[in-house]
Design a protein around this ligand. Structure first.
Ligand code: HEC
Ligand code: HEC
Ligand code: HEC
Ligand code: HEC
Ligand code: HEC
Length: 217
């Protein structure tokens, strides 16, 4: 008899245990990270040494929660740029959006440079760390991965220049202003031209009408 009660007791305890696990286990960020590391453990050291050591895998891979991964788990360039931009809004992302690379990626290019192509993705370091892909001495090599043998000076320009009259963005600033004014002047001239043409036509029509009525009298 007491054996039976003991058995029941264990059943109840087991059941309570199951409920406890079901409540406690749903993935907290830390566990999500551990889950990723079961299979992608090699990525962790890179992240830890990077500027993003405080991020979890799913800060960037927002669409992935476990395995098997959903279709489209790999980020294309546009999505990867959107991921960086979600946290880095401001001058770097504005200048990127204006750049040749940014425009091409926005239009769907998979060849042009995303943020990650210049900065890396798990091993990102700031420009002042010597190991960074964008440290001054490493920039030529970073560009060369796509631009082949670049001529000296190719990688000299600043990549995130500000559009303002002084500094490295000045040529782009004045070129932009020039084209805006050129467009305005051309459109104004065109409108004046069309108006004059219409006025001329109207005058001709009125004159002809007047001549007809004059003749009629
Ligand atoms: C059970 C093992 C396993 C777990 C757990 C796992 N992955 Fe994966 N992951 C893989 C395999 C295998 C691939 C190779 C492509 C595939 O099968 O989808 C992969 C591919 C990827 C890719 C690249 C996608 C591609 O096709 O290039 C990313 C990004 C990724 N995993 C992120 C994560 C993240 C983030 C987590 C945690 C939330 C995670 N993985 C958890 C096994 C796993
Ligand atoms: C700062 C954002 C960021 C963080 C944090 C991050 N990743 Fe990634 N990861 C990327 C980008 C960008 C790519 C390149 C595009 C792609 O392949 O999806 C990438 C690619 C991958 C790939 C594809 C394999 C490869 O080498 O091309 C795997 C697997 C992966 N990440 C797993 C992880 C895991 C696991 C973590 C956490 C330890 C993690 N990522 C943290 C941004 C990040
Ligand atoms: C063509 C290569 C290239 C691309 C693409 C690129 N960067 Fe950069 N980035 C650089 C270089 C080189 C530097 C170093 C200083 C500079 O030129 O401004 C840098 C610097 C930075 C810095 C540090 C700024 C500072 O003053 O400390 C951040 C943050 C950054 N980039 C984020 C991004 C993000 C986010 C994107 C995408 C939206 C991006 N970068 C796209 C090359 C690039
Ligand atoms: C979840 C938010 C988040 C995401 C996503 C993210 N970053 Fe960051 N990143 C940060 C924070 C916070 C810092 C540290 C503070 C700072 O310097 O801006 C940082 C630092 C950096 C730095 C060093 C800046 C410096 O001046 O030293 C670079 C470069 C950088 N991130 C590039 C990227 C790129 C490229 C991506 C996309 C692959 C990306 N980040 C995705 C939040 C993020
Ligand atoms: C992931 C590949 C990739 C990387 C890395 C890359 N670019 Fe580009 N870049 C391209 C592509 C693709 C184009 C457009 C077509 C072309 O010129 O081949 C382009 C176009 C350009 C252009 C405008 C068009 C031209 O050919 O004059 C400049 C300037 C440029 N890149 C500079 C740089 C610099 C500087 C770096 C390094 C900081 C760099 N790129 C890194 C792929 C890349």
């Amino acid at each position: 008899m007491s054996e039976l009660i003991k058995g029941r007791l264990w059943q109840v305890l087991g059941f309570l245990m199951l409920i406890f696990l079901a409540v406690a286990l749903p993935a907290t960020p830390v566990q999500a990270q551990e889950n990723c590391l079961q299979c992608h453990g090699d990525q962790q050291t890179k992240i830890e040494r990077s500027e993003h050591s405080f991020l979890s895998c799913t800060s960037c891979h927002t669409g992935i929660t476990g395995y098997p991964h959903p279709p489209g788990a790999a980020l294309n360039k546009k999505e990867s740029v959107a991921t960086c931009t979600s946290c880095h809004k401001g001058q770097v992302t504005d200048s990127y959006a204006r750049s040749f690379h940014g425009k091409a990626v926005h239009l769907g290019s998979e060849k042009s440079a995303s943020c990650a192509d210049c900065h890396g993705f798990h091993d990102i370091l700031g420009p002042n760390s010597s190991g960074s892909k964008v440290a001054k001495q490493n920039i030529p090599e970073t560009c060369a991965s796509c631009h082949g043998k670049a001529s000296p000076g190719f990688a000299e320009g600043e990549d995130h220049y500000e559009l303002k009259p002084g500094g490295s963005g000045a040529p782009m600033y004045y070129t932009g202003k020039f084209f805006i004014w050129l467009t305005l002047i051309i459109i104004t001239a065109l409108v004046i031209h069309i108006e004059l043409q219409l006025f001329h036509n109207l005058r001709t029509i009125l004159r002809e009408r007047k001549e007809v009525t004059n003749r009629g009298q």
